[in-house]
Design a protein around this ligand. Structure first.
Ligand code: ZN
Length: 136
């Protein structure tokens, strides 16, 4: 794993959360993006080599809405950048980790992503993310 690419934070109101995080971080978000595959709206902030990703959803069936319903707003996942996502999936499966999806899907910010199940990672939802170099 190369670095922490971003930390995902579940919020119920993206506009409110943007105001809060703008004040907290001293700079505005550099991008907002809708991610259809996850039914979420995202907002990104830079922090050095990493980012903060705010995630909100108006869809009650989305993973984010369910998470907030169960646990409230707050830290949702940690995303690690990888150079070769398919190699890492195989390596981690061989090491006994469980995946929520093993087929990489399109995430925000021009990335392909997979999630590891928190029951195999000490309760932490882990995302692996790889930059997509060519347009899909
Ligand atoms: Zn993420």
């Amino acid at each position: 794993l190369i670095r922490i690419e971003h930390i995902g934070i579940a919020v119920s109101d993206l506009d409110k959360a943007n105001k809060l995080f703008e004040a907290l971080m001293g700079s505005g978000h550099y991008k907002v993006e809708r991610v259809e595959s996850e039914k979420v709206n995202t907002s990104f902030y830079r922090v050095g080599e990493s980012k903060i990703e705010l995630l909100a959803s108006e869809n009650p069936d989305s993973a984010i809405s369910k998470f907030i319903g169960k646990r409230g707003e707050g830290m949702h996942h940690i995303a690690f950048e990888v150079g070769n996502i398919r190699k890492e999936i195989i390596r981690l499966q061989q090491a006994g980790f469980e995946f929520i999806n093993v087929e990489p899907k399109k995430g925000a910010d021009n990335k392909i992503i997979v999630f590891l199940h928190p029951r195999s990672t000490g309760g932490v939802l882990v995302e692996l993310t790889q930059e997509v170099t060519e347009e899909p």
